[in-house]
Design a protein around this ligand. Structure first.
Ligand code: ADP
Ligand code: MG
Length: 373
């Protein structure tokens, strides 16, 4: 099923009772989630991800705007009529019920002609347990299982009603690092098998990048960019998106455009063509965008060299660097021989270099040696 949000806004009165301010948790959201895809809502804490998810499932109704499931307007439909399955960060399992009864719970609320016999319920519970691979745990109570197993039970419970849409709100946050990776792969597998349209909320860019067909990057209730993970990484719309995606994060410098050259601090690093006026800009360079060279155009002070298996990470500093005290650049191990002394010089790979306006922080297009950016 396709989900569509049309100009959806949600405002709350401020939580601070004395203030009359209004919080706009979702600000004119317009996007479409195609049928059968897994889409992540990604952004820092407080950016409106849970609000957006709760609007989709019907736990919140919008201040304005409309929500469609396929062509049906569901804006005023209560959650139980929308056919959605929800999974939360806290698994919210019933502690006194075993796994079987926890999964069965949503089926017991069916009334009238939807009512199911015990056999029908058990069959559906078995199918859901099979999908998330917990059939051998059916008689356990929640406290007798690991966090990852409990979250699988919560997913089975969301799947048992055969929802048209699966909504997951930071489902991996309570798991340790290893289980997080395992469980996210599991969620991707389940989604691919069931082909249920899925919305996955996370503040973790790596998580979103690794499992999604599309990501929707949000900040302050606004959508900043929508695209396939690699597309958004390679082509960020603004400085916020560029900084939010990628580990190690993008290196940001104070720079300027002047007389057909891009400068980082005092170093002219590239000859460029752009329609933007001369003046100050931010320059973002991905860690993999540096080429170590004795006569490289960007001059930095060497701080440290970290060897991590295949990659070598050079930690250096440059006065033009914004925020971060150090610059991280990843080079191939062969280039390492070029390091000596306390200075390092780099040339930059143009497709890893982004220019942003100083005021609006939006991407500035430029060309270098015939390549378009
Ligand atoms: P996220 O899930 O991205 O962390 P939320 O959607 O929970 O963000 O919250 C977005 C903003 O809306 C935050 O500033 C939050 O404080 C505010 N907010 C959320 N729910 C309420 C509410 N019920 N009352 C007042 N403010 C709220
Ligand atoms: Mg949240």
């Amino acid at each position: 099923m396709r989900i569509k949000l049309e100009h959806v806004t949600k405002q709350f009165p401020s939580r601070n009772k004395k203030s009359k301010d209004i919080v706009t948790a979702a600000d004119d959201l317009c996007f479409e989630i195609p049928d059968g895809k897994l889409v992540s809502l990604l952004g820092p804490s407080g950016c409106g991800k849970s609000t957006a998810l709760n609007l989709i499932c019907g736990l919140l109704s919008p201040t304005s705007g409309k929500i469609f499931f396929d062509d049906d307007d569901v804006t005023d439909l209560p959650p139980e009529k929308r056919g959605v399955g929800m999974v939360f960060q806290s698994y919210a399992l019933y502690p006194h019920l075993n796994v079987r009864k926890n999964i069965m719970f949503p089926l017991q609320n069916f009334k009238g002609e939807d009512r199911l016999s015990k056999e029908e319920m058990l069959k559906k519970v078995d199918e859901a347990a099979e999908i998330v691979q917990i059939k051998e745990l059916m008689d356990r109570k929640p406290k007798e299982m690991s966090g990852g197993q409990q979250q699988r039970v919560a997913i089975a419970r969301a799947l048992v009603k055969r929802p048209r849409v699966l909504l997951l709100d930071e489902p991996l946050s309570n798991l340790d690092a290893r289980l997080r990776i395992q469980t996210r792969e599991e969620i991707r597998r389940i989604q691919k098998e069931t082909k249920i349209t899925t919305v996955f909320v996370t503040h973790d860019q790596e998580e979103a990048m690794s499992i999604s067909d599309f990501i929707i990057v949000m900040k302050n209730g606004l959508v900043h960019q929508i695209g396939a993970p690699q597309e958004v990484y390679d082509d960020p719309a603004n400085l916020f998106v560029a900084k939010f995606l990628g580990t190690p994060p993008i290196n940001v410098f104070n720079g300027k455009i002047s007389n057909g050259y891009l400068y980082i601090g005092e170093d002219a690093v590239m000859k460029i063509k752009t329609e933007a006026a001369d003046g100050d800009v931010y320059v973002g360079v991905r860690p993999e965008g540096f080429i170590l060279k004795n006569d490289g155009k960007l001059h930095c002070e060497l701080k440290n060299v970290e060897v991590m298996g295949r990659d070598t990470s050079i930690v250096s500093s440059n006065k033009a660097s914004v925020d971060a005290a150090v610059i991280r650049s990843i080079i191939s191990s062969e280039e390492r021989d070029l390091i000596n002394g306390d200075k390092v010089c780099f040339d930059l790979k143009p497709y890893k270099v982004f220019i942003f306006g100083k005021d609006d922080e939006k991407r500035i297009a430029y060309e270098v040696e015939g390549e378009s950016k």
